[in-house]
Ligand binder design. Structure first.
Ligand SMILES: Cc1cc2nc3c(=O)[nH]c(=O)nc-3n(C[C@H](O)[C@H](O)[C@H](O)COP(=O)(O)O)c2cc1C
Length: 176
């Protein structure tokens, strides 16, 4: 069984910390998390099972140069795999956001990543119920559920550990 690759972008470090927490919980099943701004498409594509993480920045945007990220982010990475067939890859997405300050674009980046990977033929797993959050709109919503794990380290930090555990149970089962 191949290991899970964990890739993230982060501005102020919260997504990086969650990525490390996820890696710790997965133990030997996953490799150490990698900043997407400091890697290559080949390193990413070496995995068939991936967990990817992102904050939503700007105006409901993926992190990158246009949102003021100090280094490259998903904005710069995704075009590099624009013509790559991701068939055979299973991908789960987690995203950080702020539901009080950005209630109209809460964790939009989850939806943007989901659309990008789905369009390239990946199998997306790890949907997460949208109950227990307070927001008005999100591009991460598909019906009643988010298309990945939504975390709010500003307003619900104490819920995150339990959410991560429950979500990882779903994700690892789907990645078997
Ligand atoms: C300039 C800026 C814009 C943001 N825009 C959004 C947004 O549109 N939607 C959202 O849910 N969160 C938004 N956030 C909140 C971040 O996603 C949140 O602070 C996250 O925890 C940052 O993760 P990081 O420390 O890994 O960068 C924004 C934060 C900043 C600083």
């Amino acid at each position: 069984m191949g290991k899970i690759g964990i890739f993230f972008a982060s501005d102020t470090g919260r997504t990086r910390l969650v990525a490390k927490q996820i890696a710790r919980k997965l133990g030997t099943a996953a490799d150490a998390p990698v900043n997407i701004g400091r890697t290559t498409p080949d390193a990413f594509l070496a995995y068939d099972k991936l967990i990817v993480g992102s904050p939503t920045l700007g105006d409901g945007e993926l992190p990158g140069q246009s949102t003021g990220l100090a280094q490259a982010g998903w904005e710069e990475f995704l075009p590099q795999i624009a013509d790559t067939d991701l068939g055979g890859k299973t991908i789960a997405i987690f995203g950080l956001g702020d539901q009080k300050k950005y209630p109209d674009e809460f964790v939009d980046a989850i939806g943007l990543l989901h659309a990008a990977f789905a369009a390239r033929g990946a199998r997306l797993v790890g949907r997460w119920p949208a109950d227990g959050y307070e927001f008005t709109a999100s591009q991460a919503l598909d019906g009643e559920a988010f298309v990945g794990l939504a975390l709010d380290q500003h307003h619900q930090p104490l819920l995150s550990d339990g959410r991560i555990d429950a979500w990882l149970a779903i994700v690892t089962e789907a990645m078997r």
